[in-house]
Design a protein around this ligand. Structure first.
Ligand SMILES: Nc1ncnc2c1ncn2[C@@H]1O[C@H](COP(=O)(O)OS(=O)(=O)O)[C@@H](OP(=O)(O)O)[C@H]1O
Ligand SMILES: Nc1ncnc2c1ncn2[C@@H]1O[C@H](COP(=O)(O)OP(=O)(O)O)[C@@H](O)[C@H]1O
Length: 207
């Protein structure tokens, strides 16, 4: 299936655009990048992504959030939660995030993205220098106690199959750029931790 897909692109030629990433970043006054949140369902990815987005937006940065539940309503509505479908989901998001970054946008993503190999593939697409992996490190007990959408309860009852952390694996990152202990830190401190990293590493330098 994969090989066939690759063969389909053989007669396609890349077009270089005159309004390129460099020009778009100059217009926006800052670098494009991808801030990739990963973690269990309920670990705080969406909440933190949204709060970070607000702070950066109010500070004049061009930002956009790609969020798991939303993307699965459209671009990835044909995909389920088997390992293969999750791999394809993350591959598509990685490509979309790359396009947003090339438009000079600070692209914030919030996907469970449970597999190290899939996240590493996205890191390759984006380029390690522009890819900031943020591990929302709330453990399963905290997430299950929160159960914000009632999904853990359903998963325990066997009503949802292949649920991350219960009946499908989650592989925590070995060496993420940022670990946020979203199980014990409050939201403001979590946002601050991410912002401090971005500032320290010069990602938020305005041109
Ligand atoms: N089986 C199973 N496992 C995990 N999550 C499930 C499942 N079924 C539905 N949901 C809901 O879908 C959201 C996860 O979608 P993602 O696209 O982020 O998943 S993945 O990255 O492809 O693994 C996830 O969103 P978050 O709770 O925000 O993480 C859930 O609300
Ligand atoms: N430090 C924190 N960062 C993010 N969310 C937090 C934090 N502390 C508590 N929460 C709460 O945890 C829940 C996380 O839900 P959500 O953001 O939907 O997680 P996810 O997107 O990973 O499924 C929210 O109810 C949020 O208010």
């Amino acid at each position: 299936m994969k090989e066939q897909d690759q063969t389909k692109s053989t007669n396609i030629k890349w077009h270089n655009l005159t309004i390129d990433r460099e020009k778009l970043e100059k217009m926006r006054g800052h670098k494009g990048m991808v801030i990739w949140f990963t973690g269990l369902s309920g670990s705080g990815k969406s909440t933190l992504a949204n709060a970070l987005n607000e702070v950066l937006h109010l500070d004049g940065f061009s930002t956009y959030v790609l969020d798991g539940d939303n993307i699965r309503h459209g671009l990835c509505k044909d995909l389920g939660f088997s390992d293969e479908d999750r791999e394809e989901n993350i591959r598509r998001i990685g490509e979309v995030a790359n396009l947003f970054m090339n438009a000079g946008i600070i692209t914030i993503t919030a996907f469970v993205s449970p597999f190290i190999s899939d996240r590493d593939k996205v890191r390759k697409i984006i380029g390690s220098q522009d890819f900031i992996e943020v591990y929302c490190a709330a453990d399963i007990t905290v997430c299950e106690n929160r159960d914000t959408k009632g999904l853990y309860k359903k998963a325990r009852l066997g009503e949802i199959k292949e649920f991350t952390g219960i009946s499908s694996p989650y592989e925590a990152p070995h060496n993420p750029e940022i670990v946020v202990d979203t199980g014990s830190l409050d939201l403001n401190d979590s946002v601050e931790k991410v912002i401090n990293y971005l500032k320290k590493e010069n990602f938020l330098k305005k041109a």
